[in-house]
Design a binder for this molecule. Structure first.
Ligand code: MF3
Ligand code: CO
Length: 235
């Protein structure tokens, strides 16, 4: 899993310079597939329930699972890029939202709050805590900063499968659910909306968008629950 995580992190480093006005989401997908295979790993999403690509690229009001294509990124867009890699049978899964060129101040705050909401969740991924302590930390931080958290899509266990038990919601009261055990692998992935938390699925069967058309932001890391602190696998 650590090797798969390093591949995912390497991909994000690689596209840092590529996410700019004029690039298509398809191009980012090609870079991802080529890089992952060059590392001896496999794209984790391609073929997953028929998903057609290596990354998900979700622009502006798209929340998650946007399919890469001919869309050209424009100055002022925000784009969530989600990627998974499989190495020797083990998975890692991560996402980051990027600014395309110069963006609005409130969009930058949205990105920063979502990244920090994930950090708040990861800080609770410590042995002896309960699963919903993560959920509560993400929700409290997000709402305190004026954003709503998506309910319909959640984080997950990960390991020999991309998605394993338990589900890791980004909302809920603390002190509930199973006790966290050292070494358990989780993909924590807050999705924060500028407007309401409601989402809907587009006709392509994949792309999730906000119901009110306002922008959404997504960050995800694969982590191991630690004794004192979590280990982030995809950094
Ligand atoms: N990180 C995404 C998730 O956990 C991965 C989606 S895989 C896809 O939902 F194939 F469904 F796109
Ligand atoms: Co995931």
């Amino acid at each position: 899993m650590r090797t798969a995580g390093r591949v995912v992190a390497g991909f994000f480093r690689l596209i840092e310079k590529e996410v700019k006005p004029g690039v298509t989401t398809k191009r980012l997908d090609e870079i991802a597939e080529e890089f992952i295979r060059s590392q001896g790993a496999l794209p984790a999403f391609k073929g997953y329930y028929g998903y057609p690509a290596t990354i998900c690229a979700s622009v502006n009001e798209e929340v998650v699972h946007g399919i890469p294509g001919a869309r050209v990124l424009q100055e002022g867009d925000i784009v969530g890029v989600d990627v998974g890699a499989k190495f020797k049978g083990y998975f890692a899964d991560a996402a980051r939202t990027w600014a395309v060129g110069r963006i609005d101040k409130e969009d930058q705050r949205h990105i920063d709050v979502t990244r920090n909401a994930l950090k708040e969740g990861i800080a609770k991924a410590v042995a002896g805590n309960r699963l919903s302590d993560i959920s509560w930390a993400v929700q409290r931080f997000s709402e305190k900063n004026g954003f709503s958290v998506v309910r319909e899509y959640v984080g997950h266990g990960i390991g020999k499968n991309l998605h394993e038990e338990p589900q890791v919601p980004n909302f809920g009261l603390p002190g509930r659910g199973p006790e966290l055990l050292e070494g358990v692998a989780l993909a924590i992935e807050p999705m924060l909306n500028r407007g309401g938390h409601e989402v809907k699925l587009l006709g392509d069967g994949w792309t999730v968008v906000t119901k009110d058309g306002k922008r959404s932001c997504h960050f995800e890391q694969t982590i191991f629950v630690g004794k004192k602190a979590a280990e982030v696998v995809t950094e």
